[in-house]
Design a protein around this ligand. Structure first.
Ligand code: ACO
Length: 388
Protein backbone atom coordinates (compact mmCIF):
# COMPACT_ATOMS: atom_id res chain seq x y z
CA UNK A 1 0.00 0.00 0.00
CA UNK A 2 1.53 3.37 -0.97
CA UNK A 3 1.81 5.63 2.06
CA UNK A 4 3.71 8.82 2.64
CA UNK A 5 4.32 10.46 5.96
CA UNK A 6 4.26 14.26 6.02
CA UNK A 7 4.48 16.70 8.84
CA UNK A 8 2.08 19.54 9.47
CA UNK A 9 3.46 22.52 11.39
CA UNK A 10 6.40 20.39 12.49
CA UNK A 11 4.10 18.47 14.88
CA UNK A 12 2.41 15.07 14.57
CA UNK A 13 2.89 13.29 11.22
CA UNK A 14 -0.14 12.94 8.93
CA UNK A 15 -0.17 9.65 7.07
CA UNK A 16 -1.23 9.94 3.45
CA UNK A 17 -3.07 6.96 1.93
CA UNK A 18 -3.83 7.70 -1.75
CA UNK A 19 -7.33 6.46 -2.54
CA UNK A 20 -7.74 5.46 1.14
CA UNK A 21 -6.39 2.05 0.15
CA UNK A 22 -6.29 -0.39 3.05
CA UNK A 23 -7.91 2.08 5.47
CA UNK A 24 -10.72 0.71 7.65
CA UNK A 25 -13.16 3.62 7.78
CA UNK A 26 -16.44 1.92 8.77
CA UNK A 27 -17.80 -1.07 10.67
CA UNK A 28 -20.44 -3.20 8.97
CA UNK A 29 -22.45 -6.35 9.60
CA UNK A 30 -23.37 -6.61 5.92
CA UNK A 31 -20.48 -8.55 4.40
CA UNK A 32 -17.06 -10.00 5.10
CA UNK A 33 -14.60 -10.36 2.23
CA UNK A 34 -11.47 -12.48 2.69
CA UNK A 35 -9.47 -11.98 -0.49
CA UNK A 36 -6.74 -14.45 0.46
CA UNK A 37 -9.09 -17.33 1.28
CA UNK A 38 -11.62 -16.49 -1.47
CA UNK A 39 -14.40 -16.12 1.07
CA UNK A 40 -17.48 -13.86 0.86
CA UNK A 41 -19.96 -13.87 3.75
CA UNK A 42 -23.19 -11.93 3.29
CA UNK A 43 -24.88 -11.09 6.62
CA UNK A 44 -23.54 -14.28 8.15
CA UNK A 45 -24.16 -16.62 5.20
CA UNK A 46 -21.34 -17.90 2.98
CA UNK A 47 -22.29 -16.71 -0.50
CA UNK A 48 -22.52 -20.27 -1.89
CA UNK A 49 -24.91 -21.25 0.94
CA UNK A 50 -27.48 -18.61 0.07
CA UNK A 51 -27.13 -17.21 -3.47
CA UNK A 52 -28.67 -20.16 -5.29
CA UNK A 53 -31.47 -20.70 -2.75
CA UNK A 54 -32.86 -17.31 -1.71
CA UNK A 55 -35.25 -15.14 -3.64
CA UNK A 56 -33.90 -11.63 -4.22
CA UNK A 57 -36.54 -10.22 -1.85
CA UNK A 58 -35.33 -12.60 0.90
CA UNK A 59 -31.76 -11.49 0.27
CA UNK A 60 -32.71 -7.79 0.57
CA UNK A 61 -34.74 -8.49 3.73
CA UNK A 62 -31.71 -10.26 5.21
CA UNK A 63 -29.48 -7.24 4.58
CA UNK A 64 -32.02 -4.73 5.85
CA UNK A 65 -33.08 -6.70 8.96
CA UNK A 66 -30.06 -8.92 9.69
CA UNK A 67 -32.15 -12.12 9.54
CA UNK A 68 -34.16 -14.11 7.05
CA UNK A 69 -37.91 -13.34 6.99
CA UNK A 70 -40.65 -15.74 8.04
CA UNK A 71 -43.18 -16.60 5.33
CA UNK A 72 -45.59 -13.92 6.62
CA UNK A 73 -42.84 -11.29 6.85
CA UNK A 74 -41.72 -12.10 3.32
CA UNK A 75 -45.26 -11.66 1.99
CA UNK A 76 -45.53 -8.28 3.73
CA UNK A 77 -42.14 -7.24 2.43
CA UNK A 78 -43.02 -8.24 -1.13
CA UNK A 79 -46.26 -6.27 -0.85
CA UNK A 80 -44.36 -3.22 0.40
CA UNK A 81 -42.10 -3.39 -2.67
CA UNK A 82 -44.75 -4.28 -5.25
CA UNK A 83 -46.99 -1.32 -4.34
CA UNK A 84 -44.29 1.00 -5.72
CA UNK A 85 -43.22 -0.75 -8.91
CA UNK A 86 -45.14 1.47 -11.34
CA UNK A 87 -43.25 4.63 -12.29
CA UNK A 88 -44.66 8.14 -11.80
CA UNK A 89 -45.91 9.56 -15.14
CA UNK A 90 -43.32 12.35 -14.89
CA UNK A 91 -40.51 9.77 -14.79
CA UNK A 92 -41.84 7.97 -17.87
CA UNK A 93 -42.10 11.29 -19.76
CA UNK A 94 -38.55 12.15 -18.78
CA UNK A 95 -37.30 8.71 -19.89
CA UNK A 96 -39.04 9.24 -23.24
CA UNK A 97 -37.07 12.48 -23.69
CA UNK A 98 -33.84 10.68 -22.72
CA UNK A 99 -34.64 7.91 -25.24
CA UNK A 100 -35.09 10.53 -27.96
CA UNK A 101 -31.57 11.73 -27.11
CA UNK A 102 -30.43 8.07 -27.38
CA UNK A 103 -28.44 8.16 -24.13
CA UNK A 104 -26.80 5.02 -22.68
CA UNK A 105 -28.97 3.04 -20.23
CA UNK A 106 -26.79 3.95 -17.23
CA UNK A 107 -27.28 7.65 -18.01
CA UNK A 108 -31.03 7.11 -18.18
CA UNK A 109 -30.93 5.27 -14.86
CA UNK A 110 -28.99 8.11 -13.22
CA UNK A 111 -31.37 10.72 -14.65
CA UNK A 112 -34.52 8.71 -13.86
CA UNK A 113 -33.49 7.66 -10.35
CA UNK A 114 -33.54 11.26 -9.10
CA UNK A 115 -37.25 11.53 -9.91
CA UNK A 116 -38.44 8.27 -8.34
CA UNK A 117 -39.71 9.72 -5.05
CA UNK A 118 -41.70 12.48 -6.73
CA UNK A 119 -45.03 10.99 -5.56
CA UNK A 120 -43.88 10.01 -2.05
CA UNK A 121 -45.06 12.16 0.87
CA UNK A 122 -42.25 14.21 2.42
CA UNK A 123 -42.81 12.55 5.80
CA UNK A 124 -42.52 8.96 4.47
CA UNK A 125 -40.47 6.64 6.68
CA UNK A 126 -37.03 5.36 5.82
CA UNK A 127 -38.09 1.81 4.99
CA UNK A 128 -40.93 3.02 2.76
CA UNK A 129 -38.45 5.22 0.88
CA UNK A 130 -36.03 2.32 0.54
CA UNK A 131 -38.77 -0.04 -0.74
CA UNK A 132 -39.83 2.54 -3.32
CA UNK A 133 -36.31 3.05 -4.68
CA UNK A 134 -35.60 -0.68 -4.84
CA UNK A 135 -38.96 -1.42 -6.50
CA UNK A 136 -38.60 1.18 -9.21
CA UNK A 137 -35.05 0.54 -10.37
CA UNK A 138 -35.93 -2.45 -12.62
CA UNK A 139 -38.94 -0.56 -13.96
CA UNK A 140 -36.73 2.39 -14.97
CA UNK A 141 -34.24 0.13 -16.78
CA UNK A 142 -36.88 -1.95 -18.57
CA UNK A 143 -39.06 1.06 -19.45
CA UNK A 144 -36.11 2.97 -20.85
CA UNK A 145 -34.83 -0.04 -22.78
CA UNK A 146 -38.18 -0.50 -24.49
CA UNK A 147 -38.72 3.23 -25.14
CA UNK A 148 -35.28 3.49 -26.73
CA UNK A 149 -36.15 0.58 -28.99
CA UNK A 150 -39.46 2.14 -30.02
CA UNK A 151 -41.49 -0.37 -27.98
CA UNK A 152 -44.31 0.35 -25.54
CA UNK A 153 -43.26 -0.12 -21.88
CA UNK A 154 -44.62 -3.24 -20.14
CA UNK A 155 -46.36 -2.57 -16.84
CA UNK A 156 -45.09 -4.43 -13.74
CA UNK A 157 -47.09 -7.49 -12.68
CA UNK A 158 -48.03 -7.17 -8.99
CA UNK A 159 -48.21 -10.98 -8.70
CA UNK A 160 -44.68 -11.66 -9.95
CA UNK A 161 -41.40 -11.85 -8.04
CA UNK A 162 -38.70 -9.20 -8.44
CA UNK A 163 -36.44 -11.07 -10.88
CA UNK A 164 -39.34 -12.42 -12.94
CA UNK A 165 -40.91 -8.98 -13.20
CA UNK A 166 -37.68 -7.37 -14.37
CA UNK A 167 -37.26 -9.90 -17.18
CA UNK A 168 -40.94 -9.76 -18.18
CA UNK A 169 -40.81 -5.95 -18.36
CA UNK A 170 -37.65 -6.10 -20.48
CA UNK A 171 -38.63 -8.88 -22.87
CA UNK A 172 -42.38 -8.22 -23.13
CA UNK A 173 -43.02 -11.93 -22.51
CA UNK A 174 -42.89 -14.37 -19.63
CA UNK A 175 -39.33 -15.54 -18.89
CA UNK A 176 -38.66 -19.26 -18.42
CA UNK A 177 -38.10 -20.68 -14.90
CA UNK A 178 -34.39 -21.15 -15.64
CA UNK A 179 -34.05 -17.53 -16.84
CA UNK A 180 -35.74 -16.39 -13.62
CA UNK A 181 -33.54 -18.60 -11.43
CA UNK A 182 -30.43 -17.46 -13.30
CA UNK A 183 -31.35 -13.79 -12.80
CA UNK A 184 -32.22 -14.34 -9.13
CA UNK A 185 -28.84 -16.02 -8.52
CA UNK A 186 -27.04 -13.17 -10.28
CA UNK A 187 -28.90 -10.48 -8.29
CA UNK A 188 -28.17 -12.32 -5.02
CA UNK A 189 -24.50 -12.78 -5.86
CA UNK A 190 -23.64 -9.13 -6.53
CA UNK A 191 -25.96 -7.41 -4.05
CA UNK A 192 -23.24 -6.57 -1.54
CA UNK A 193 -19.46 -6.34 -1.57
CA UNK A 194 -18.09 -4.15 1.21
CA UNK A 195 -16.87 -0.59 0.77
CA UNK A 196 -16.47 -0.57 -3.01
CA UNK A 197 -16.55 2.86 -4.69
CA UNK A 198 -20.32 3.09 -5.21
CA UNK A 199 -21.20 1.83 -1.72
CA UNK A 200 -18.68 4.18 -0.15
CA UNK A 201 -20.18 7.05 -2.20
CA UNK A 202 -23.64 6.17 -0.89
CA UNK A 203 -22.35 6.14 2.69
CA UNK A 204 -20.51 9.47 2.27
CA UNK A 205 -23.71 11.06 0.97
CA UNK A 206 -26.10 9.59 3.55
CA UNK A 207 -23.64 10.43 6.34
CA UNK A 208 -24.66 14.09 5.90
CA UNK A 209 -28.19 12.93 6.87
CA UNK A 210 -29.60 13.81 3.49
CA UNK A 211 -32.27 11.62 1.80
CA UNK A 212 -31.90 8.09 0.41
CA UNK A 213 -32.64 9.14 -3.17
CA UNK A 214 -29.61 11.44 -3.17
CA UNK A 215 -27.40 8.59 -1.93
CA UNK A 216 -28.66 6.19 -4.60
CA UNK A 217 -28.21 8.71 -7.42
CA UNK A 218 -24.62 9.30 -6.27
CA UNK A 219 -23.94 5.56 -6.07
CA UNK A 220 -25.27 5.03 -9.61
CA UNK A 221 -22.91 7.77 -10.79
CA UNK A 222 -19.95 5.98 -9.20
CA UNK A 223 -20.95 2.55 -10.54
CA UNK A 224 -21.26 3.93 -14.06
CA UNK A 225 -17.49 4.49 -14.35
CA UNK A 226 -15.51 1.90 -16.34
CA UNK A 227 -13.18 1.23 -13.41
CA UNK A 228 -16.09 0.00 -11.30
CA UNK A 229 -19.18 -1.50 -12.92
CA UNK A 230 -18.38 -1.28 -16.57
CA UNK A 231 -16.25 -4.34 -17.44
CA UNK A 232 -18.27 -7.54 -18.09
CA UNK A 233 -18.97 -6.79 -21.78
CA UNK A 234 -15.30 -7.11 -22.88
CA UNK A 235 -14.97 -10.51 -21.15
CA UNK A 236 -17.79 -11.84 -23.34
CA UNK A 237 -16.28 -10.19 -26.43
CA UNK A 238 -13.08 -12.20 -25.85
CA UNK A 239 -15.01 -15.50 -25.75
CA UNK A 240 -16.81 -14.59 -28.99
CA UNK A 241 -13.56 -13.43 -30.58
CA UNK A 242 -12.01 -16.84 -29.79
CA UNK A 243 -15.04 -18.61 -31.24
CA UNK A 244 -13.74 -22.21 -31.13
CA UNK A 245 -11.74 -24.03 -28.41
CA UNK A 246 -8.66 -24.64 -30.59
CA UNK A 247 -8.19 -20.86 -31.07
CA UNK A 248 -8.18 -20.09 -27.33
CA UNK A 249 -4.47 -20.50 -26.70
CA UNK A 250 -3.27 -18.53 -29.74
CA UNK A 251 -5.71 -15.62 -29.27
CA UNK A 252 -5.00 -15.29 -25.54
CA UNK A 253 -1.24 -15.67 -26.02
CA UNK A 254 -1.26 -12.88 -28.61
CA UNK A 255 -3.17 -10.62 -26.24
CA UNK A 256 -0.64 -11.20 -23.48
CA UNK A 257 2.26 -10.65 -25.90
CA UNK A 258 0.69 -7.28 -26.78
CA UNK A 259 0.54 -6.59 -22.98
CA UNK A 260 -3.25 -6.59 -23.06
CA UNK A 261 -5.14 -7.59 -19.94
CA UNK A 262 -7.31 -10.69 -20.14
CA UNK A 263 -10.76 -9.42 -19.22
CA UNK A 264 -12.50 -11.31 -16.44
CA UNK A 265 -9.28 -12.30 -14.67
CA UNK A 266 -7.42 -10.79 -11.71
CA UNK A 267 -8.89 -8.80 -8.82
CA UNK A 268 -7.68 -6.10 -6.43
CA UNK A 269 -9.04 -7.88 -3.35
CA UNK A 270 -9.26 -11.57 -4.33
CA UNK A 271 -5.88 -13.18 -4.75
CA UNK A 272 -7.55 -16.58 -5.31
CA UNK A 273 -10.65 -17.69 -7.27
CA UNK A 274 -13.43 -15.10 -6.76
CA UNK A 275 -16.23 -16.95 -4.87
CA UNK A 276 -18.81 -15.04 -6.90
CA UNK A 277 -17.34 -16.48 -10.11
CA UNK A 278 -17.85 -20.02 -8.75
CA UNK A 279 -21.53 -19.36 -7.97
CA UNK A 280 -22.16 -17.65 -11.31
CA UNK A 281 -20.35 -20.37 -13.23
CA UNK A 282 -22.67 -23.03 -11.74
CA UNK A 283 -25.70 -20.84 -12.51
CA UNK A 284 -24.53 -20.33 -16.09
CA UNK A 285 -23.91 -24.05 -16.55
CA UNK A 286 -27.42 -24.87 -15.31
CA UNK A 287 -28.97 -22.24 -17.53
CA UNK A 288 -27.09 -23.24 -20.66
CA UNK A 289 -27.84 -26.94 -20.10
CA UNK A 290 -31.55 -26.29 -19.56
CA UNK A 291 -32.29 -23.50 -21.97
CA UNK A 292 -29.69 -23.03 -24.59
CA UNK A 293 -26.37 -23.49 -26.03
CA UNK A 294 -24.08 -25.68 -23.87
CA UNK A 295 -21.41 -25.22 -26.53
CA UNK A 296 -20.93 -21.59 -25.51
CA UNK A 297 -20.61 -22.58 -21.84
CA UNK A 298 -18.06 -25.30 -22.68
CA UNK A 299 -16.11 -22.86 -24.85
CA UNK A 300 -16.06 -20.33 -21.98
CA UNK A 301 -14.88 -23.01 -19.56
CA UNK A 302 -12.05 -23.90 -21.92
CA UNK A 303 -11.14 -20.21 -22.38
CA UNK A 304 -11.04 -19.88 -18.59
CA UNK A 305 -8.70 -22.88 -18.17
CA UNK A 306 -6.33 -21.65 -20.88
CA UNK A 307 -6.39 -18.07 -19.55
CA UNK A 308 -5.45 -19.15 -16.03
CA UNK A 309 -2.63 -21.34 -17.39
CA UNK A 310 -1.23 -18.54 -19.60
CA UNK A 311 -1.53 -15.94 -16.84
CA UNK A 312 0.51 -18.20 -14.55
CA UNK A 313 3.14 -18.47 -17.29
CA UNK A 314 3.14 -14.71 -17.93
CA UNK A 315 2.93 -13.60 -14.27
CA UNK A 316 4.29 -16.53 -12.24
CA UNK A 317 3.26 -16.62 -8.59
CA UNK A 318 0.60 -13.89 -8.99
CA UNK A 319 -2.20 -16.48 -9.02
CA UNK A 320 -4.38 -14.40 -11.37
CA UNK A 321 -7.75 -16.15 -11.30
CA UNK A 322 -11.25 -15.74 -12.69
CA UNK A 323 -13.17 -12.75 -11.33
CA UNK A 324 -16.91 -12.08 -11.07
CA UNK A 325 -17.10 -10.42 -14.50
CA UNK A 326 -16.27 -13.50 -16.57
CA UNK A 327 -19.30 -15.60 -15.61
CA UNK A 328 -21.52 -12.53 -15.10
CA UNK A 329 -21.13 -11.90 -18.82
CA UNK A 330 -21.88 -15.48 -19.74
CA UNK A 331 -24.87 -15.83 -17.41
CA UNK A 332 -26.54 -12.55 -18.35
CA UNK A 333 -25.96 -13.23 -22.04
CA UNK A 334 -27.51 -16.70 -21.57
CA UNK A 335 -30.55 -15.14 -19.91
CA UNK A 336 -30.95 -13.00 -23.02
CA UNK A 337 -29.66 -9.60 -21.89
CA UNK A 338 -27.90 -7.27 -24.26
CA UNK A 339 -24.35 -6.33 -23.15
CA UNK A 340 -25.47 -2.75 -22.46
CA UNK A 341 -27.85 -4.06 -19.80
CA UNK A 342 -25.11 -5.76 -17.76
CA UNK A 343 -24.11 -2.71 -15.68
CA UNK A 344 -27.70 -1.44 -15.16
CA UNK A 345 -28.65 -4.94 -13.94
CA UNK A 346 -25.71 -4.82 -11.54
CA UNK A 347 -27.07 -1.45 -10.31
CA UNK A 348 -30.55 -2.93 -9.75
CA UNK A 349 -29.10 -5.61 -7.48
CA UNK A 350 -26.60 -3.36 -5.73
CA UNK A 351 -29.38 -0.89 -4.85
CA UNK A 352 -30.41 -3.44 -2.18
CA UNK A 353 -26.88 -3.31 -0.76
CA UNK A 354 -26.51 0.47 -1.07
CA UNK A 355 -29.77 0.98 0.82
CA UNK A 356 -28.67 -1.48 3.52
CA UNK A 357 -25.43 0.49 3.96
CA UNK A 358 -27.37 3.77 4.13
CA UNK A 359 -29.67 2.40 6.83
CA UNK A 360 -26.71 0.98 8.73
CA UNK A 361 -24.93 4.33 8.55
CA UNK A 362 -27.98 6.31 9.64
CA UNK A 363 -28.21 4.07 12.70
CA UNK A 364 -24.97 5.39 14.15
CA UNK A 365 -22.33 6.31 11.58
CA UNK A 366 -20.32 9.51 11.67
CA UNK A 367 -20.02 12.26 9.10
CA UNK A 368 -17.27 11.09 6.70
CA UNK A 369 -14.65 13.78 6.35
CA UNK A 370 -11.09 12.75 5.49
CA UNK A 371 -8.40 15.36 4.97
CA UNK A 372 -6.48 16.31 1.83
CA UNK A 373 -2.80 17.07 1.71
CA UNK A 374 -2.32 20.59 0.33
CA UNK A 375 0.20 20.81 -2.51
CA UNK A 376 -0.36 24.39 -3.69
CA UNK A 377 1.28 27.75 -3.02
CA UNK A 378 0.77 29.56 0.27
CA UNK A 379 1.95 33.14 -0.21
CA UNK A 380 0.34 34.54 -3.35
CA UNK A 381 -0.30 38.27 -3.50
CA UNK A 382 -3.42 39.81 -5.08
CA UNK A 383 -2.87 41.25 -8.61
CA UNK A 384 -5.60 43.58 -10.00
CA UNK A 385 -7.23 42.17 -13.17
CA UNK A 386 -6.03 45.01 -15.37
CA UNK A 387 -2.41 44.09 -14.78
CA UNK A 388 -2.59 40.23 -14.74
N1 ACO B 1 -4.40 -9.97 -17.59
C1 ACO B 1 -3.06 -9.82 -17.70
N2 ACO B 1 -2.28 -9.39 -16.70
C2 ACO B 1 -2.87 -9.06 -15.55
C3 ACO B 1 -4.26 -9.19 -15.35
C4 ACO B 1 -5.04 -9.66 -16.42
N3 ACO B 1 -6.35 -9.81 -16.33
N4 ACO B 1 -4.58 -8.79 -14.11
C5 ACO B 1 -3.43 -8.43 -13.52
N5 ACO B 1 -2.40 -8.59 -14.40
C6 ACO B 1 -1.00 -8.32 -14.14
C7 ACO B 1 -0.65 -6.86 -14.35
O1 ACO B 1 -0.20 -6.63 -15.67
C8 ACO B 1 0.45 -6.64 -13.33
O2 ACO B 1 1.65 -7.14 -13.86
P1 ACO B 1 3.03 -6.32 -13.62
O3 ACO B 1 3.12 -6.08 -12.15
O4 ACO B 1 4.08 -7.23 -14.17
O5 ACO B 1 2.87 -5.05 -14.38
C9 ACO B 1 0.05 -7.56 -12.19
O6 ACO B 1 -0.76 -8.60 -12.76
C10 ACO B 1 -0.75 -6.87 -11.08
O7 ACO B 1 -1.72 -6.07 -11.73
P2 ACO B 1 -2.43 -4.83 -11.02
O8 ACO B 1 -3.24 -4.08 -12.01
O9 ACO B 1 -1.45 -4.08 -10.19
O10 ACO B 1 -3.32 -5.62 -10.02
P3 ACO B 1 -4.64 -5.11 -9.42
O11 ACO B 1 -4.89 -5.99 -8.29
O12 ACO B 1 -4.64 -3.68 -9.17
O13 ACO B 1 -5.63 -5.35 -10.66
C11 ACO B 1 -7.55 -5.63 -11.91
C12 ACO B 1 -6.90 -5.78 -10.52
C13 ACO B 1 -7.60 -4.15 -12.30
C14 ACO B 1 -8.96 -6.19 -11.85
C15 ACO B 1 -6.73 -6.42 -12.95
O14 ACO B 1 -6.59 -7.77 -12.55
C16 ACO B 1 -7.32 -6.34 -14.35
O15 ACO B 1 -7.08 -5.35 -15.05
N6 ACO B 1 -8.12 -7.37 -14.78
C17 ACO B 1 -8.72 -7.35 -16.09
C18 ACO B 1 -9.97 -6.46 -16.09
C19 ACO B 1 -11.13 -7.05 -15.31
O16 ACO B 1 -11.44 -8.24 -15.39
N7 ACO B 1 -11.81 -6.19 -14.55
C20 ACO B 1 -12.93 -6.58 -13.68
C21 ACO B 1 -12.47 -6.79 -12.28
S1 ACO B 1 -13.75 -7.39 -11.22
C22 ACO B 1 -14.60 -6.03 -10.69
O17 ACO B 1 -14.10 -4.94 -10.75
C23 ACO B 1 -16.01 -6.14 -10.17
Amino acid sequence: MPTKTITTNGTAPDNYYPGLEGIIAEETRLSLIDGLKGKLIIAGFPLEEIAERASFEEMVYLLWHDRLPTAAELTDFQTSIRQFQTLPDATVQLLQAVAEANKPVMDALRIGAGTLDIDLPVNAGIEERAALLLARMPTVVATYWRLRHGQAPVQPNPEAGFAENYLAMLFGEEPSPSQIRGMETYLNTVIEHGLNASTFSARVIIATQTDLTSAIVGAIGALKGPLHGGAPGPALDTVFEIGTPERAESVLREKLERSERLMGFGHRVYKVYDPRAAVLSRAAQRLFEEDGDSELYLLAQHVEEVAIKLLEEAKPGRNLQTNVEFYTALLLHGIGLDTELFTPTFAISRTGGWLAHCMEHLAGGRLIRPKARYTGDQNRAWVPIAVR
